[in-house]
Design a binder for this molecule. Structure first.
Ligand code: AMP
Ligand code: ZN
Length: 467
């Protein structure tokens, strides 16, 4: 298995600490709102990663935290706790918000066939572990107390910016919102391990600690929760690219200061899903959810296929035009598969040949679009139906697109009509670009006369047949 490692910026052969076993950690959601489909792109690709390891025969233990405290509106420790923001927005308590959005997150995951990690641990379950880690960091001289907060002292490390080839300025993209200067910090890059009451009086959830009543910083939770369940050595840690800095940089700093040796060997980061105005984010307030896609008539697995068709290390722009194409391709694919007869016997040689092709694709830094191409290759091959079915069933353990049991829509997808409408939409876009609004209106009317209504949205043009 070859995988790109953000730590070395190279595609490397994956070698786990213990032969045949993989310890894997995923930064979980901050549960103050619904997950948007950008967040879910990261979780879909991490799910494919986990399933690929399993497919290749590894015994995987995967842990995920739930961030229900400490993630402030700027990743650089300023602003207020996102959970508090969510609670205020909905006139509920923080714990009510956490429960509601944690359940909503796993319901979305289920719709997208994202497997639940083996361990899921909310941050608020582990306060005593956080306090213990912070005490050790203080004893070892890696942390200091200032203004009643506890900070990690990044100057104590030889290499704080471990994700090296990125400049400090580049890394700051992850730091959103305001970045107000905290005068308690000894160094600009120091970060908070524990906040006390003195700084944030309005924090709803607070705990006793040796440094006063307060609450943990965001980064400490992932170091503690991963070590609690996976021990001092971890194979692979995952997240979206915005987690690289400061979150993962800080996790490495405090974890390695705590254990005194290298902590995690591979770092897997999924690039962002963007909409027309840039990165999709919860704090922007306007974002797409799985429910919204369903309301607009898309099966959630069409979105999974949309994600699998592009590489996880490339930014991906969401548009309804592409979703329409994927929806049509998905229907055509499952229909073809449904026609395969469950008769005859498996051709073992043929099976092995195509299975090896699939493993080559998926094991090559998770080339998911190539893996989907192998499904088409199988369908086109001269293998008997029984072997084709067995192969596709096997590949679907990783792809999880319900290829053998997806409901086949009664209504034929009219491929010709879809392509005609998409071409007219493209033509209208060009006309608008050239400020030829008369032509743009003509195209809209032409489509209307054929019973097709179009709607302009932030994510591109949507079309539907008028009933
Ligand atoms: P959060 O709930 O904000 O803590 O984010 C949950 C996960 O989604 C993290 O791994 C983020 O890095 C990831 N993420 C956030 N925004 C996007 C996006 N637009 N595209 C892909 N992943 C994202
Ligand atoms: Zn994390």
């Amino acid at each position: 298995m070859k995988i790109f490692n953000t730590l070395t910026r190279n595609v490397e052969e994956f070698v786990p600490n213990v032969e045949g076993k993989v310890s894997m950690y995923t930064c979980g959601p901050t549960v103050y709102h619904f997950a948007h489909i950008g967040n879910l792109r990261s979780y879909i690709m991490e799910d494919v990663l986990e399933k690929t390891f399993r497919y290749l025969g590894y015994d995987v233990k995967r842990v995920m935290n739930i961030t229900d405290v400490g993630h402030l509106s700027s990743d650089a420790d300023t602003g207020e706790d996102k959970m508090l923001k969510g609670a205020r927005r909905e006139h509920k308590t923080v714990m009510e918000i956490a429960k509601y959005y944690t359940d909503a997150f796993f319901a979305d995951c289920e719709k997208l066939n994202i497997k639940r990690p083996d361990v899921v641990e909310p941050a608020t379950n582990c306060i005593s572990e956080f306090i213990h880690m912070i005490e050790v960091l203080l004893q070892k001289g890696y942390a200091y107390q200032a203004g009643e907060n506890i900070y990690f002292d990044t100057s104590k490390l030889k290499d704080y910016y471990v994700f090296s080839s990125q400049s400090e300025k580049e890394l700051m993209v992850g730091v959103r919102d305001d970045v107000e200067e905290d005068t308690n910090k000894r160094n600009k890059s120091d970060f908070v391990l524990w906040f006390t009451k003195s700084k944030f009086d309005n924090q709803e959830l607070k705990w006793e600690s040796p440094w006063g009543v307060g609450y943990p910083g965001w980064h400490i939770e992932c170091s503690c929760i991963s070590m609690k369940h996976l021990g001092e050595f971890m194979d692979i840690h995952c997240g979206g690219v915005d987690n690289i800095f400061p979150h993962h940089t800080n996790e490495i700093a405090q974890s390695e200061a705590y254990v005194g040796h290298k902590w995690c060997n591979y770092w897997f980061h999924v690039h962002h899903l963007n909409d027309k105005s840039g990165k999709m984010s919860k704090s922007k307030g306007e974002f797409l959810t799985v429910s919204l896609l369903t309301e607009k008539g898309y099966h959630p697995l069409v979105y999974r296929m949309f994600c699998l068709q592009s590489h996880y290390r490339k930014p991906l722009e969401f548009s309804y035009e592409v979703m329409d194409n994927v929806a049509a391709a998905y229907q055509k694919l499952v229909k073809k598969i449904a026609e395969l007869k469950d008769e005859g016997s498996i051709d073992e040689t043929g099976f092995a040949e195509y299975d090896a092709k699939f493993k080559d694709a998926i094991g090559n830094d998770l080339n998911t679009s190539m893996a989907i191409t192998v499904v088409y290759d199988v369908l086109r091959s001269g293998l008997n139906d029984k072997t084709k079915r067995a192969l596709i069933e096997s590949f679907d353990k990783v792809l999880s697109l319900d290829l053998l049991n997806a409901p086949v829509e009664e209504e034929e997808v009219d491929e010709e009509l879809t392509q005609y409408v998409l071409a007219r939409i493209e033509e209208r876009k060009e006309a608008k670009k050239e400020k030829n609004f008369q032509r743009a209106d003509e195209i809209r009317n032409e489509l209307l006369s054929k019973g097709i209504a179009i709607e302009d949205t932030r994510e591109g043009v949507r079309w539907r047949k008028l009933s």
